[in-house]
Design a protein around this ligand. Sequence first.
Ligand code: DAH
Length: 351
Amino acid sequence: MTVDPLIRSLEELQARALQELSASPSADSVERWRVAYLGRKGHLTLVLRGLGSLAPEERRAVGAAANRVKALLEESLARAEEAIKSAELHALAEQGRLDVTLPGRPVPLGRLHPTTQIVREICAAFVSMGFQVVEGPEVEWDRYNFEMLNIPKDHPARDMWDTFWIDRVDEHGERPMLLRTHTSPMQIRIMESTRPPVRVVVPGKCYRYEATDATHESQFYQVEGLAVDDGITFADMKGTLYEFARLLFGSERRVRFRCDYFPFVEPGAEMSIDCFACNGQGCRICKGTGWIEIMGAGMVNPRVLEGVGYDSSKYTGFAFGLGPERIAMLKHGIDDIRLFYSNDLRFLGQF
Ligand code: DAH
């Protein structure tokens, strides 16, 4: 028996299979094709099984041909499956189920508290003029908060600062500790530990035993400033604070100094800027006066300098103290200081 008819029918099988495969449009039809030709009872499998009934030399020739067909069909199958998979992905993208042009979902971002922002802005203005930033303790000694600032025990000026006292009594029956009522005690701490020249700003929290209202909090921030050197004058103070006002409130600002009293400065002053909202015409923010008071300042009292061991015939200096929340309120038109401590995200989210 010759093998030619068997080989020819294998060739026909191969041609038919490839033709059917190329006409299979889906994953389902390709799978049906696989079962029909290469499955356990598929056409080609049956041919291979039938080899056993052939004579040995026929078996070799037909077996080799059948294996070549099998390899070719398997290879074609893999290629067809691959093509269908990529066509499916393509169709999915076409349908727009995967729109890579959609805008992303916003990720909520935290931000700095408005007090932190204004404190940093104030400090940066003074740093640009050569000042250093220093911080100090909120629990303070009477000695630093009052006495060495020229406010002795029974001085009536103590009434300017309603004080939270720490409940601890010394051997004289006095309470020596308190929550600092201002940042001025840092003037003493800094001068005690350094020699002139001194140029520092001190941001920090302060406390007053007061009822709260729209313009008063029992807890608030201050920024203190101090410059001491050989030959510092009142004009240096005016120039420095004028530059500060321009940096924070704009280059057209004018400033005004008027006498004021603080025991640790002589002469003492309050500094105002012309109202940035109405340009000095008079409005709600400046309460019709055209001027807004922004800080207390003055030449460091010689008694304070002597108290820390500075020679007051050689050294002079100026000091100032301001309330950052008040500055932020003016800048942003905020009408209640209590908002800074209420943690209301609708308020905080605006800055
Ligand atoms: N410490 C003062 C207060 O809290 C503010 C102040 C005024 C500070 C004049 C100063 C200054 O350094 O020179 O009311």
